[in-house]
Design a binder for this molecule. Structure first.
Ligand SMILES: Nc1ncnc2c1ncn2[C@@H]1O[C@H](COP(=O)(O)OP(=O)(O)OP(=O)(O)O)[C@@H](O)[C@H]1O
Ligand code: SF4
Ligand SMILES: [Mg+2]
Length: 330
């Protein structure tokens, strides 16, 4: 059965124009998400994951700006919409669970009212009463007692606040949800419960999820496909099984080798040698070359292209090691 593409990002560039220079946070990203799948977006801190999420929501604020590219959502390039048209689509077609959102709920407003206000703002309801019935359904979905809608954020545990934030992201029944580190601030047991809930909701509602996370064992457990991002670019994408079994890009190999084995003896997390580059002046050629154990001359001068590993496959990688045009002396 052919898969239906819900989101297609093409050659996206999002830069921050700061006094210290232009930060090329997203620098030519391609990404595709199919209906109903969970795609993990993984990479070191500062590689541009949140910037990519905000770009897809079209919520990049100055000094940031989307400079170039396409973001096609259900067949429409949202970068061509005016602000009002975008407001109509945002939360309805694509929504986001923001990094750290549970700590930015309005402290002086009951959580149920915060959801109803958002629904009213989007003209999704015509009365507060209608809003209450939607909140009731949403709270059932995220396993919160309906009475909790009258609580203020400080009266709720971290896990409950995160459930409220997830309910908000689901309020307008979006096709795709970008979940930016949705469990990071929670204790381990709550993390597992919340992630299981997100995954159950995805299956029940048939939504697609882009999961931004540093938690690689979680990725192995819940993702269908994985995108690895390095210094503003996607360096590899594959189905989760192939990615963990045999990562191809040297950066992916380093990242995935840092996962402690559950069965094996406990060992220190090695992490990745070297520092991520300054995105105001990224290295020439392959951005990973200063840290790569396999670096060749060409890597220092010419940038590798993200392309299928073999023709016709969805497994893509950008590295000269796998580029026939180079290895055959071209
Ligand atoms: N408002 C801003 N102004 C200037 N630079 C910014 C701004 N927001 C992000 N950046 C820079 O853009 C780059 C990408 O940041 P981003 O927050 O997207 O990374 P991330 O992958 O989400 O990191 P983390 O894993 O720590 O959340 C970083 O170099 C960051 O310093
Ligand atoms: S292109 Fe060269 S430097 Fe970059 S990851 Fe591949 S081998 Fe390493
Ligand atoms: Mg981030």
């Amino acid at each position: 059965m052919s898969k239906e593409t819900v989101l297609l990002v093409e050659d996206l560039h999002t830069y921050y124009f700061t006094l210290g220079g232009v930060v090329r946070a997203v620098d030519g990203v391609d990404l595709e998400v199919y209906r109903g799948e969970l795609v993990a977006l993984v990479g070191e801190s500062g590689c541009g994951k949140t910037t990519l999420g905000y770009s897809i929501m079209r919520l990049i604020m100055p000094p940031g700006r989307i400079v170039k590219g396409k973001i096609i959502l259900d067949g429409i390039n949202i970068l061509e919409l005016d602000d009002e048209e975008m407001r109509d689509i945002r939360w309805r077609k694509v929504s986001m669970i923001f990094q750290g959102a549970m700590n930015s709920l309005n402290p002086v407003m009951k959580v149920g009212d915060q959801i109803i206000e958002a629904l009213l703002y989007h003209n999704a309801i015509s009365s507060v009463e209608e809003g209450r019935s939607i909140v009731k359904k949403l709270f059932e979905l995220v396993n919160l007692d309906f009475e909790r809608m009258n609580s203020y954020p400080h009266e709720l545990s971290g896990g409950m606040k995160q459930r409220v934030v997830i309910a908000m992201a689901l309020a307008l029944n979006p096709d795709i949800v970008i979940a930016d580190e949705p469990t990071t601030a929670l204790d381990v047991t709550t993390q597992a419960k919340i992630m299981k809930m997100i995954n159950d909701i995805r299956r029940k509602m048939g939504i697609s999820i882009i999961l931004i996370t540093h938690d690689l064992p979680l990725v192995a457990e819940v993702a269908d496909r994985v995108y690895i991002m390095y210094a503003g670019k996607i360096v590899e994408a594959a189905d989760v099984y192939s990615m963990f079994k045999e990562p191809k890009h040297p950066y992916s190999q380093g990242l995935l080798s840092a996962i402690p084995s559950i069965k094996g003896p406990k060992r220190r997390l090695e992490g990745m040698p070297g520092e991520p580059p300054d995105l105001r002046k990224p290295p020439q050629g392959c951005r990973f070359h200063p840290r790569c154990a396999y670096v060749m001359d060409i890597c220092r001068t010419k940038e590798p292209v993200l392309k299928p590993l073999a023709s016709g496959t969805k497994r893509i990688v950008s590295c000269w090691l796998y580029d026939d045009s180079y290895s055959k002396g071209g």
